[in-house]
Each structure stands twice: as C-alpha cells, then as structure tokens.
Design a binder for this molecule. Sequence first.
Ligand code: C2E
Ligand code: CA
Ligand code: CA
Length: 429
Amino acid sequence: MDALTPTGFFAALSEVSARLADVKADSVGVGVLSLYARPDAALYRLPLEHMRRFEREMDRQIRARLRPQDGLFALDGKEWLIVLPSLSSPAVLTLAMLKLEQAFNEAPLEIDGITLPLRVVCGAALSPEHGKDAFHLLQSARIAGLVAGRADTGSQIYQPSMEQASPSLAVLERDLRAAFAGGNELELHLQPKVHQPSGECRSAEALLRWRNSAGQWVPPPVVVSLIDRLGLRHRFNRWLFQRTAQIIHTLRLEGLDLDVSINLSATDLYDAEVPDLISQALSTWNVQPQRLCLEITETSMIDESAGNSVSEVLRRLRQLGLSLSIDDFGTGFSGMSRLKQLAVQEVKIDRSFVTDLLSSARDREIAASIIDLSHRLGVDVTAEGVEDEETASLLAGMGCDHIQGFLYSAALALPEFVAWVRRRDGIGT
Ligand code: C2E
Ligand code: CA
Ligand code: CA
C-alpha cells in the first residue's frame, strides 16, 4: 500500500498550528516529537535504491507505532517529526518515545536481506509549556532531540535549561559565533540545475555549508535555527547576500553567466531590511537583479496571519527585479489556485513528489498538473531531488524545465562547481 507521508518542516508547522488552535478542554495540549535515526555507516555505501527503501521502511515502522490521529512528517531521510494532538496526559508523549526507541534499538532493521543496526534518538516538547507557538514548539522538540543524541541518552523531553546548559549546544553556539567573527567559515555550495531539453546548466542553487570545530558538517536547518536563536540573523543575511552576489560576479569572470538561487527563511519575509541588504549586495558586486532568485517556501508566502508585512517585503523584492521561486511546492496548503496571485517566476516540485514518481501514479499526476498549470501561467518548473535517469526523462517528457538532484551533482564548492559546468558544457578546463 502506498501510504502518504506528508513531508517537510513547514507541513509539520502548519499541522501544529492547526492543532494548537484546536486544543480540546479535556486534553493537556499538543505534543511534538522529533525522531533522529542514525543508521549504521554501511547504509551510506548502499545504492540509493536501498536508502529509499530504508526511508520507506522507517516511515512504515514509525507509523505502526502511532495513534491514528498522530501526524508523521519526514525531513530529509534522517529526521522525522511527529505531531500528537489531544494528549490525555504528558505520559502519552513519554510512552510514544519509549515505544519508538525500543522498537528500533532492540531489533536491527532489515532491508533486502541486509541488516542495519540503527540508533534512534527522540526529543519531545509539549504545548503550551515548551513553546508559545508552533515554530517554537517544533524547535524545542528538535533541541531536546539534539541534546539526547549528543548525550547518548535515547530520549529527552525539552527543558529550558537545555538551551544554556547543554555542552553540545553551547559548543555549537561558540563555534558558530567564532565562524561569524572569523567571517569566512560559513560557505555556500552550488547545486547545478540542468535545463531540459538542452541539457545545459544555466542556473544553480546555493546551499549553506558549515563545519563545526570538530570538523563535522552541521545540517543547514540546524545552522539556520541556531543563527536565529543567537540573534545573528541580520549578520547572516548580510553575509549570505554579499557572498551570493560575489559568487555570481566570480562566475561571470569565469565566463559563466548563470542565475543563482538562495533560500530565504519565513522570518526574512517579515524583515523590512532584507530588500535593502539585497540591493546593496547587488550593487557592490555589479550584479543584475535578474541573476538572483529567491527561493521561498509556499507556506511562508501565504501566511495570512502575518497581515501586510509579508506582502510588503515581497512587493519590494519584486520591485527590485529579482526572481522569486516557490520552494517545496505541493507540501503547503495554498493549492494551485494561489499560484497566479503569488506572481513568481519559478516553482520547485518538492522532492517528496519526485522520489516515487516512477512507481506512484498519484505523484505523476501531481507533477504533471503542477507543470501544466505553471506553464499556463508562464512560470518555469524545476524538479528537485532527482536521483536517476528514468525519473529525469519522465519529468523532461512532462515538460519540466529544469532538473536538479544527485543524478547530476550534489552541491559543490565554487571551484568544483565551475569545473563541473565546464566539463558538462564541453568548454574544457
Ligand atoms: P531545500 O531548499 O529543499 O534544498 C534541497 C536539499 O535537498 C538540500 O539539502 C540538497 O542537498 C538536497 N538534495 C538535492 N538533491 C537531492 C537528491 O537528489 N536527493 C536527496 N536525497 N537530496 C537532495 P541541504 O543542503 O541539507 O539543505 C536542506 C535545507 O536547508 C534546504 O532545503 C533549505 O530549506 C535549508 N537551507 C539550505 N541553505 C540555506 C540557507 O542559506 N538559508 C536558509 N534559510 N535555508 C537554507
Ligand atoms: Ca531550496
Ligand atoms: Ca526544496
């Protein structure tokens, strides 16, 4: 059976919001659980196919241990968010963590006859005490998970002291502050987008990369949430816009006139300074605004509760002549009819619809209708997370304009990216 797993942080965010608004008198509130799975290193040496099966098997096994009313959201293959509405007592949360932890830690997972020892770590948060809104609640659960993982304790419920006292978080914070002070330890890597049917690389997405002092890569969503917690958002944005404009400038000097996309967070759309910072960066590096594309998630663009501040920032960004793209399209709740109002140049079909495109008629239908409607509105379509030729040719056949994914390349540091594009275009190095 093809169970639908809603994907992504924003989908979880909107579900938690809805549940918070809907807390019944006889319940103690809403619980959120973050589950990290640390598979054996052997998993990463297996073909992608097995990794996908691993993700599906995880979905299935987690789902089997939840109540029917609980929501399950997959984030990037290693982390899952679980929303538990209408808790009769906080113990339900603890029980759910214990059940999940035991299930995975006691019996290794078997994928196609291959045994994978697995360590699962859970963090939980409870409304209203651990978060005044959905965003904080989710972050609290993830922080508890982070602390549990580093302390090797299995599962933890959030406590405010975790944010100060946790040596791991404190070290991460210290490293990040040092990175800002040193200026050049944060990096942007570029993931090529390949135009169909020409096969040319005309654009790329810049993705944040940062290693902590122990030399480990820290996942970008963790870095971004730490930046917010440390109140470093403005400094980060200044760096992000300057660095991106500099990259576009360097690419041009290399003879590569490419468009570059960056990811904006939902909170950036409330920040009236963002359009000015972008405009300054573009003029410092003499970059045309059309070269820069801002990827914004669907949910953050249409947040009605935000009143006019979001649309005012968006209006000014459009006025600058930048391109706008809706990231993770299909995972939010705006529906296709909103596309026209959003006045964007690009839509990115979320990876959750791309992964099973070959096997799922439903996903093919969704992809085809996104492409069809977008084209009727003069909007380009990129499919993200494409990992194999068959999926790429299916999408190309549907008229998808750009394809991005490990099939072509993961995100690369600038020099490697330049070499990659040259090789691909046959310009020679
Ligand atoms: P996203 O914008 O959806 O970025 C795509 C993510 O999918 C990237 O993960 C990328 O490495 C990964 N990916 C690309 N192709 C494939 C594929 O074929 N298969 C699989 N399995 N994955 C693929 P990454 O770099 O870990 O970024 C995760 C998220 O972090 C991004 O999701 C974005 O939301 C956020 N992020 C990254 N950089 C920034 C940034 O500079 N600012 C902000 N605010 N968010 C960022
Ligand atoms: Ca993106
Ligand atoms: Ca995306």
